[in-house]
Design a protein around this ligand. Structure first.
Ligand SMILES: C[C@](O)(CO)[C@H](O)COP(=O)(O)OP(=O)(O)OC[C@H]1O[C@@H](n2ccc(N)nc2=O)[C@H](O)[C@@H]1O
Ligand SMILES: Nc1ncnc2c1ncn2[C@@H]1O[C@H](COP(=O)(O)OP(=O)(O)OP(=O)(O)O)[C@@H](O)[C@H]1O
Length: 310
C-alpha cells in the first residue's frame, strides 16, 4: 500500500505526570485528577479505501494486538461511520511503536488516529467537538490522544482542560515483557485501599485534586520541580501485581533519573532526565541491568493526533 492510497495519522503515547485516583463510582469508573503529558513515541494509522472493514498491524508488538471487532481503531471507524450513516468500509493499517498494554495508551492512540484518518478519507468533516465526543465514547484516554500536549483529565479522565508547558522534558521509558490489564490494576488499587482499612468507595476516598506545584513546573519547564511533583496513585497496585518493577525503578534512579514512576497502569516505567545526555545514560543502564525488555529515550510535550499523508 502506498501513502498515496490512503490517509495517515500519527498519534503520540502518554505518561501521566499526576494520576490522583478517587473512589470507585457506581458506573465502575474512578474519578480522576489525571495530568497527561504526550511523549514522542508514536503509532501511525493509515486509512485506505476498501470493500469492508479490515485491520492490519506491523511492528515488534503486532502479534499482541487483536485484529477483530475489539480493536480500538476498528471500533473508532465503526463509530464514526455510524454517526454519518455510512458503511464502515476501510482498511486500517497500524504501524505500532507504542508498547501494547503498557500504560502508555497505545490502543487509545490508534482509536484517535483512526477517527482522524477516516474522517479525512471519507470527507465527513466532523466538527472537533463531535470528534472529541466520539473519543470519549471509545475510552477515557482517547480524547487526550487526539489533543496531545499536556492536559488535565477530570471525570473518568475524558474531560480535558489544556495545561501550559514551557521547554522540553527528557524522558526514558523502560518497556516490560508482557502487559498489565488496566481494569485489573484499578481493581488492585481498590483492594489495597480496602485492605488498609480506608475503603475504596467514593464516600471513603478524598476527591482527587490536581497539584498547582506540578502545573507550575510544567509551565516553567523546570524538570527538577516536575520531578518533585509527579505522582501516580496506581503505582502501588502495579507494583503489587508486578513486584519486579521496583528493581526497574531503582535502576533508573541509581543511573541519575530525577524521578522514576510507573507510567499510568504500567508496566512501562518512566524516568525523567535532566537532559538528553543523562537520558541516554539512564537508558543504557536500564538495558544493561536486564530489568527491562528495552529502553527508549524521547522528549515531551508531543503534538496530538496529526495527519501526515493524504
Ligand atoms: C490508567 C489510565 O491510562 C490513566 O490515564 C486510564 O485511566 C485508563 O484509561 P483507558 O485505558 O482509556 O480506560 P477505559 O477503556 O476508559 O476503561 C477501562 C477500564 O479501566 C477502569 N477505569 C478506567 C478509567 C477510570 N477513570 N476508572 C477506571 O476504573 C474501569 O475498570 C474500566 O472498565
Ligand atoms: N489498537 C490496539 N492497540 C493495542 N491494543 C489494543 C488495540 N485495540 C484493542 N487493544 C486491546 O486493548 C488492550 C490494552 O491495550 P493498550 O495498549 O491500549 O493498553 P494501555 O497502554 O495499558 O492502555 P491505557 O494506558 O490507556 O490504560 C490490549 O491488551 C489489547 O487487547
Amino acid at each position: 500500500m502506498s501513502a498515496a492510497d490512503g490517509v495517515t495519522a500519527r498519534v503520540p503515547a502518554k505518561v501521566n505526570v499526576q494520576l490522583a485516583v478517587g473512589g470507585l463510582r457506581p458506573d465502575g469508573f474512578h474519578g480522576l485528577a489525571n495530568v497527561f503529558l504526550a511523549v514522542g513515541l508514536y503509532d501511525e494509522v493509515t486509512a485506505s479505501p476498501a470493500a469492508e472493514l479490515r485491520v492490519t498491524v506491523s511492528g515488534p508488538d503486532a502479534r499482541h494486538v487483536p485484529l477483530d471487532d475489539s480493536n480500538l481503531a476498528a471500533r473508532a471507524a465503526r463509530l464514526l461511520a455510524e454517526r454519518h450513516g455510512r458503511a464502515p468500509h476501510v482498511s486500517l493499517h497500524i504501524v505500532k511503536d507504542i508498547p501494547v498494554a503498557g500504560g502508555m495508551a497505545g490502543g487509545s492512540a490508534d482509536a484517535a488516529g483512526a477517527l482522524l484518518a477516516c474522517d479525512a478519507l471519507w470527507g465527513t468533516r466532523t466538527p472537533r467537538d463531535e470528534l472529541l465526543a466520539c473519543c470519549a465514547e471509545l475510552g477515557s484516554d482517547v480524547p487526550f490522544a487526539l489533543v496531545g500536549g499536556a492536559a488535565l483529565g477530570q471525570g473518568r479522565g475524558e474531560l480535558l482542560t489544556p495545561v501550559e508547558t514551557g521547554g522540553t522534558f527528557h524522558w526514558v521509558f523502560a518497556l516490560a515483557d508482557g502487559g498489565l490489564s488496566t481494569p485489573a490494576v484499578y481493581r488492585e488499587c481498590d483492594r489495597l485501599r480496602e485492605t488498609s482499612g480506608t475503603g475504596a468507595g467514593i464516600d471513603s476516598v478524598p476527591e482527587p485534586r490536581p497539584s498547582q506545584r506540578l502545573f507550575d513546573a510544567l509551565r516553567t519547564g523546570d524538570a527538577e520541580e516536575l520531578a518533585i511533583s509527579v505522582s501516580n496513585d496506581l503505582q502501588p497496585a502495579a507494583l503489587s501485581l508486578r513486584p519486579s518493577l521496583s528493581d526497574t525503578l531503582k535502576t533508573g534512579t541509581a543511573a541519575g533519573a530525577l524521578a522514576a514512576l510507573v507510567s499510568g497502569s504500567g508496566p512501562t516505567c518512566a524516568f525523567l532526565a535532566s537532559d538528553a545526555r543523562s537520558a541516554e545514560a539512564i537508558a543504557s543502564a536500564l538495558e544493561e541491568s536486564g530489568h527491562c525488555r528495552s529502553a527508549r529515550t524521547t522528549t515531551a510535550p508531543a503534538p496530538g493526533a496529526t495527519l501526515i499523508h493524504g
